[in-house]
Design a protein around this ligand. Structure first.
Ligand code: HEC
Ligand code: HEC
Length: 299
């Protein structure tokens, strides 16, 4: 009896160990049986987009170097949340925590990470402590180095601001009051405002959280447009692309866009709403210095 108790204690101890940080995927953190459940689920709910053998189809591959290099700098929790909060991208309904854990283990098995004796549980603190083992740095296949092509600027800065940053930023700010997760019937597609606007054409094509993802990506990606040489401001003065402050604010804009994307991926209105503070700051701190009566020049 005494021995049994000690054994139970030791076992409990090893389970607790499994929840400690510093574990990697090489430590056998799921069971074969769990991965088999995951495989069945995968075939039913994921294979149509990610391919029967996880090699990708309309969606990206969920195995191989390109996939791993997307995730191996993150704790395993991020990959779990990507699946739980944003997949499957169809109308078949959200996944449960258990389903997500099972699917994740199937992906781990396909990635040749060893199985072990305990099932993987979707425990935030635990998964946040699990990392990918260090790999030799590989140049991801198929990622070509861009040729040194630089297209000349075609709009002035104010046009880029009003045409690209303004609509995307406003969409993100609207998350402060509208929950993108609440499904509503599409607005009357015929000219909601009676004028030319962002909704009249294609207002119902991308909806909800998907729109938030795209607006955030748009902000992050368009930061580089701030640095296009040769662009002018509305008043004809050149955009100060070599000014260290200008470059700093541009980087802050890119960071704010990336942060908004990460926040959107949580599919949590409060988190996404909070991230718009950083976005707002990034717009305002540049405007404070470079906008005003003398557009595009520091006072
Ligand atoms: C209707 C198509 C569709 C279905 C079904 C679907 N996905 Fe995806 N998935 C995508 C697309 C498109 C992306 C890339 C865009 C994005 O990251 O949101 C993606 C991205 C992912 C990623 C991130 C990959 C990376 O390298 O960044 C993971 C992980 C993932 N899906 C897992 C799953 C799992 C698990 C299921 C099944 C429950 C599933 N997906 C079902 C379309 C789909
Ligand atoms: C790196 C500096 C910088 C950043 C970052 C920046 N802006 Fe601007 N913005 C300017 C400057 C300079 C102008 C004036 C443009 C001109 O005169 O051509 C401007 C003008 C504008 C205008 C036009 C205002 C008008 O007079 O109609 C809008 C709208 C705008 N910005 C929105 C944004 C939003 C939204 C963000 C953040 C998502 C942002 N900007 C981030 C520098 C910046």
């Amino acid at each position: 009896m005494f021995i049994r108790l000690v054994l139970a204690f030791l076992l409990a101890g090893s389970v607790a160990l499994a929840l400690q940080t510093g574990q990697t995927l090489n430590d056998g953190i799921y069971t074969d049986q769990q991965a088999m459940r995951g495989q069945t689920l995968y075939q039913n709910r994921c294979a149509s987009c990610h391919g029967a053998n996880l090699a990708g189809r309309t969606g990206p591959p969920l195995t191989g170097d390109d996939f791993l290099s997307n995730w191996d700098t993150h704790p395993l929790l991020d990959l779990a949340n990507k699946i739980l909060k944003t997949m499957p991208r169809d109308d078949t309904g959200a996944l449960t925590s258990q389903e997500t854990a099972d699917l994740l283990t199937y992906i781990l098995q396909a990635g040749k990470f060893p199985s072990g004796r305990a099932e993987l549980i979707l425990n935030e603190a635990a998964l946040n402590g699990v990392t990918f083992p260090r790999r030799a740095a590989t140049q991801p296949k198929g990622v070509a180095v861009a040729p040194p092509l630089s297209l000349p600027a075609s709009g002035n800065l104010a046009q880029v601001m009003r045409g690209i940053l303004f609509p995307s930023a406003n969409l993100l700010f609207s998350v402060q009051t509208i929950d993108p997760g609440v499904k509503k019937p599409a607005a009357n597609a015929a000219a909601p405002t009676g004028e030319v606007d962002w909704l009249t054409w294609g207002g119902g094509v991308y909806r909800g959280w998907e729109m938030v993802d795209y607006a955030a990506a748009s902000i992050a990606e368009s930061a580089t447009l701030m640095l296009t040489p040769g662009r002018r401001c509305e008043n004809g003065k050149p955009v100060p692309v070599t000014d260290p402050d200008w470059i700093k604010f541009t980087q802050q804009l890119a960071e704010a866009g990336k942060a908004a994307y990460r926040a959107s991926q949580t599919r949590n209105q409060e988190t996404a709403s909070e991230s718009t503070n950083q976005l707002n700051d990034s717009c305002m701190s540049c405007h404070r210095v470079f906008r005003g009566r003398t557009h595009c020049v520091k006072p």
